[in-house]
Design a protein around this ligand. Structure first.
Ligand code: BG6
Ligand code: MG
Length: 214
């Protein structure tokens, strides 16, 4: 099936770049300091989930309760450690086929939008040199409700002046797929290892599968 949409909305982490490994290392360091055992399998539960919600999941995995007043400071530590990895990222960390696809969309005149929960999205796009492909960026700094709420994607469509049903979202996380569906958009599930449900078309890499090309 070939869809020609007006708006192409991309999640960042796990779709354009693989930052989940860096989130994992930084969360693991914080979890260890709190005496919580945090595994790579647990990390799957954090994909697409906001920083605050991720921290709550880790605390509940460890059966720990922490006063709200201490949470911001601890999340700041995690983010600082995460940024140490982000600062060493470059162009080579873009996932296979992504840049060619973005180029293709640009040439066809499509509107390209970022829809990410991350507050570090702009920095990461700059580091890997993808930022210039994006017409609009909606990230964790400008949304009030995290995925699976549809706000991030609806805001993207609204900034671009297009209807939700004219957009397709590329997502690797269940929370993001649910958010895109709730927004009334088509969804391409970018499937790595974890099980995902509810997408309209599946892609494994942007290089090998192109049913979604304009
Ligand atoms: C999402 C990631 O893109 O961003 C989540 O999939 C992460 O794992 C979330 O928790 C928030 O990221 P940040 O960079 O604001 O801590
Ligand atoms: Mg993702």
């Amino acid at each position: 099936m070939r869809w020609s949409m007006k708006g192409y909305i991309f999640d960042l982490d796990g779709v354009l770049v693989d930052t989940a490994k860096y989130h994992f290392l930084a969360w693991k360091r914080l979890a260890s300091q709190l005496g919580i055992d945090f595994t790579i399998e647990d990390n799957e539960k954090l994909k697409g989930v906001s920083r605050k919600d991720s921290f709550e999941i880790i605390l509940s995995l460890g059966g720990r309760e922490i006063p709200d007043s201490e949470k911001e400071g601890l999340m700041d530590f995690k983010n600082k450690w995460y940024l140490d990895y982000v600062h060493s990222m470059d162009h080579s960390e873009i996932l296979e086929g992504v840049e060619d696809y973005l180029k293709h969309l640009k040439e066809k005149g499509a509107i390209i939008i970022l829809g990410s929960s991350s507050k570090n999205a702009r920095l990461i796009l700059e580091k890997v040199k993808l930022i210039n492909y994006f017409d609009y960026i909606v990230d964790g700094n400008i949304i009030n409700k995290a995925k699976p709420d549809p706000e991030v994607f609806l805001k993207g469509a609204s900034l671009a002046g297009i209807n939700p049903n004219e957009c397709i979202v590329f997502e690797d996380a269940q929370a993001g797929i649910d958010a895109a569906k709730a927004a009334g958009m088509k969804v391409a599930g970018v499937v790595h290892s974890s099980e995902l449900n509810g997408y309209d078309v599946e892609i494994r890499t942007f290089k090998s599968e192109t049913p979604y090309l304009l």
